[in-house]
Structure formats: C-alpha cells, structure tokens
Design a protein around this ligand. Structure first.
Ligand SMILES: [Zn+2]
Ligand SMILES: [Zn+2]
Length: 247
C-alpha cells in the first residue's frame, strides 16, 4: 500500500565545516522526528563519515536515514549523492577522497570538521580538506552514483553559488538525473524556463540544514510503498504509482 512520506534529503552534520556543532546524530534525529520528517539523508560536503552514526541513531526512533554526501564537482556544482547502504556510500567516499586534493583542512578559514558517534559524542575531527572541488565532472559523478545503484540530485540549482544553473547556465542534455533540488522560495515556472532540460524534470525541496532549527523547514512529500531509496527513485521517475505529492 502506498502512503505519504515526508522527506528531507539534504542535511549536514557538524562534519561540514560550515555547519553548527549542534548537528550531532541524536540532535538531528530528535529534531527531524519532532518536525514530522519520515526520511532524512545525511549529505556532508564530499564525505559520508558521519552517515553511519546518524543511521544508527535513527534506527532507535524509526526515522529512516539515507547515507550520502553533497559532492562538489570539478565545475563547482553541488550534487546530492544518495545510496541504499552505508557500504555503497563508503565506496563512493573512497572514490571522491582519491579525487580531492590531499590537503589538510584549514580550521581557522573553514571551521572544524567534527566526527561523532551515534550517541552524539565527539570522537574526533576529520583532518583532510573537504571544502573544495573534487576532480570529477558532473556527468562522471552522476554516472558513478548510478552505477552504485545510488540516486544523484543536483542541489539548489537556482542558487547562484554552487548551483547547476548558476555554474553551467543549463542542464547538460542527457545528464540522466531524475530530479533537481530548488530552494523553497523558487518560482518553479521561472526555474523551468531557464533550461529545456528542466521542462519535465521533477523539482524537489529540501532543507540544506546547517543548524538544528533548519531541519524539515523545507521538504518534499512522496508517495511510496516503503521508506527505501529504491522507492524514492521510483517516485522521482513517477513509476508504479509512486510520485512526488507536494513540496
Ligand atoms: Zn550546497
Ligand atoms: Zn548543502
């Protein structure tokens, strides 16, 4: 039986240097549950290192947590990369780490990159620099995520900084994504008019939360049979009765 699921597939933890330290696994899970979110994705910049801790914290409450990352491609386009399992996310993380410059994070410039356990205790800091582009093109990234049975969604495409339209000006033909994220205030008709590739594209909204109060602020309702990434993908395709029900 299909039912409504409220999904927020763009949430940062304190690992993202620009996010608040309060973005710990239990903090995120508590806030998401309180805001009525059913499925949440962990999408830190270029890393999935805190995803397992949030998944474990989520399991205690019934919140479904999808592991992922917000990749910064060579073109400085932000791309949400979502995976069915933590192992697949980890494999993707290794691929991306190989393509990031081997430099240390400059905490004084970018901020700290906190690592937590599932109880919210700080267990360390990630030393490598995450706030930069990986040497991978947008096309190659979408293909790589797909080959790992993941789902790729260009993030905040209408925002001038790091959004697909701001960086490239259009959706490359044949890109192979099923949906794009737009900001909550976006005029959907105006966004669609900006590129032929957007005319029939599913447009979704998520919070891009960097602090607890942002979580669930902006989300999308999907009709699914179960809270899985496979079901989410079907809803973005509009197949087998699954669909995007509202923003
Ligand atoms: Zn972003
Ligand atoms: Zn983000």
């Amino acid at each position: 039986m299909l039912r409504e699921f409220r999904v927020d597939l763009h949430v940062h933890t304190g690992l993202s240097p620009c996010a608040s330290e309060e973005m710990s696994p239990p903090g995120i899970v508590r806030q998401a549950t309180a805001r009525g979110v059913d499925i949440l994705a962990v999408t830190d910049h270029n890393s999935a290192a805190n995803a397992l801790a949030v998944m474990t914290a989520g399991r205690r409450t019934g919140l479904t947590v999808v592991p992922g990352m917000e990749l910064q491609t060579r073109e400085d386009v932000h791309l949400l990369c979502l995976f069915e399992s933590f192992d697949a996310a980890l494999e993707w993380q290794e691929e991306i780490y190989r393509r990031l410059p081997a430099r240390e994070n400059r905490e004084d410039v970018f901020g700290p990159q906190w690592l937590y356990d599932d109880e919210g205790r700080v267990v360390g800091k990630l030393a490598r620099l995450l706030s930069t582009a990986a040497a991978i093109s947008l096309e190659e990234a979408v293909e790589g995520v797909g080959s790992r049975s993941g789902v790729a969604i260009p993030a905040h495409i209408d925002r001038p900084g790091y959004g697909l339209l701001g960086q490239l000006g259009f959706v490359p033909p044949g890109l192979g994504v099923k949906a794009c994220e737009v900001s909550r205030q976006a005029d959907l008709q105006a966004v669609r008019a900006r590129s032929p590739g957007l005319q029939t594209m599913e447009l979704v909204c998520f919070s891009d939360a960097h602090q607890l109060s942002d979580i669930g602020d902006s989300r999308t309702t999907l009709w699914l049979a179960a809270p899985t990434l496979g079901e989410i993908e079907k809803s973005l395709e509009g197949s087998a009765g699954r669909r995007v029900a509202g923003r």
